[in-house]
Design a protein around this ligand. Structure first.
Ligand SMILES: *Cc1c(COP(=O)(O)O)cnc(C)c1O
Length: 345
């Protein structure tokens, strides 16, 4: 199947804005900095999963599914956006999330609950919980679409292959000439799709990824990433092959990697970058994905690794700012750095 032939339905407003970041460009000098606002496209505060879901939901509706099940961490943005898309299209929304059930709902879990999702916490047995949940729905006559984590697979990846065409058209219209598009790298759907797109459409820019979680074996991870891209290329009949070591991925300095200590655990350097974007441009990022990637973006600009104009792809996630853990982490820094006072005292 050719990627252009793939059908999709409408969930988000595209093209998303491609804006210049004038204040940050003035502050960091050297090159022009832009931001692509995929954070504002789609239902329930959207984000990058919307582009994937336009293809996934098309397939689900076309094939007569009645329920949409997906998996992830407790605060998964992908899960939240999938629930919204399922609700809109009349499919039953089901989430199977890692770990024990919480006592208190915050962040995306609040939104999942508001939208009426069936939320199953898997404890330590994700596979078992998924299987049992699918069975429970099938027994009552539902046809359950079992969507992988991050919506990453042949269907969803079409979203970011085609996004490259959108960015190329916008660059031409706006007469801008970025050398890089920088994005967070999670389950690979976004980074992999973009890498295929630039090769397939001969884009004049490169994709530079910032991982959001540390890997035990980076060389192996690069190989796995290349394999995913090559498998997707084969699926869409593209004459494309990449090697792990030709992929642009940067995890920053060994003593303070952009990915931090672990997934979903931001550090003060991540928060510093988040606060800077918020204070210079009025744009909110999240502590788990876009904050880490944005820290990498600015650091690479300052170090000259980004040696040409660059677009930061904002993949969303800001709803995670309101998770209890992240709020608790941020309190002191915000109080210490903010102008908060009470009149008369
Ligand atoms: C899921 C997600 C990513 C990573 O995208 P992948 O396609 O999984 O690599 C980046 N940013 C945000 C906000 C996300 O929710």
């Amino acid at each position: 199947m050719k990627v252009e032939a793939r059908k999709k339905l409408h969930l988000g407003e595209y093209p998303t804005p491609l804006e210049s970041m004038d204040n940050l460009t003035a502050k960091h000098g050297k090159v022009k900095l832009y931001i692509k606002r995929d954070d504002i496209a789609g239902p329930a505060f959207g984000g990058n999963k919307t582009r994937k879901l336009e293809y996934i939901m098309q397939e689900a509706v076309e094939e007569g599914y009645t329920a949409m099940l997906t998996v992830g961490g407790p605060q998964t943005n992908h899960g939240k956006t999938t629930v919204a898309a399922a609700v809109k299209l009349g499919l039953k929304p089901i989430l199977v999330l890692g770990g024990p059930a919480p006592k208190y709902l915050s962040g995306n879990l609040t939104l999942d609950a508001m939208m009426g999702a069936d939320i199953v916490f898997a404890g330590a047995d994700m596979a078992g919980a998924v299987e049992a949940t699918i069975k429970r729905y099938e027994e009552q006559g539902d046809k359950v679409y079992n969507l992988p984590a991050g919506g990453t697979g042949a269907t969803g990846v079409a979203g970011y292959i085609m996004a490259v065409k959108e960015i190329m058209d916008q660059c031409e219209e706006q007469n801008i000439h970025p050398k890089y598009v920088v994005c967070a790298v999670g389950s690979l759907g976004t980074y992999g799709g973009l890498n295929l797109g630039v090769r397939y459409f001969n884009a004049p820019f490169q994709i530079l990824g910032v991982p959001v979680s540390p890997k035990d074996d980076w060389a192996q991870w690069r190989k796995d990433t290349a394999k995913f891209i090559n498998d997707m290329a084969a699926f869409y009949e593209m004459d494309i092959h990449v090697d792990g070591d030709e992929l642009l991925i940067n995890n920053g300095p060994a003593d303070a990697p952009y990915s931090g200590e672990e997934y979903n655990k931001p550090d003060s350097l991540t928060r510093k970058a988040m606060f800077e974007l918020a204070r210079e441009e009025g744009i909110i990022t999240d502590p788990t994905y876009t904050g880490k990637a944005f820290r990498g973006f600015l650091d690479m600009v300052d170090k000259g690794i980004i040696d040409g104009d660059a677009i930061f792809l904002h993949t969303g996630g800001a709803t995670a700012v309101w998770t209890k853990e992240h709020l608790d982490d941020m309190q002191q820094e915000l109080f210490d750095n903010c102008k908060i006072s009470e009149f008369g005292k």
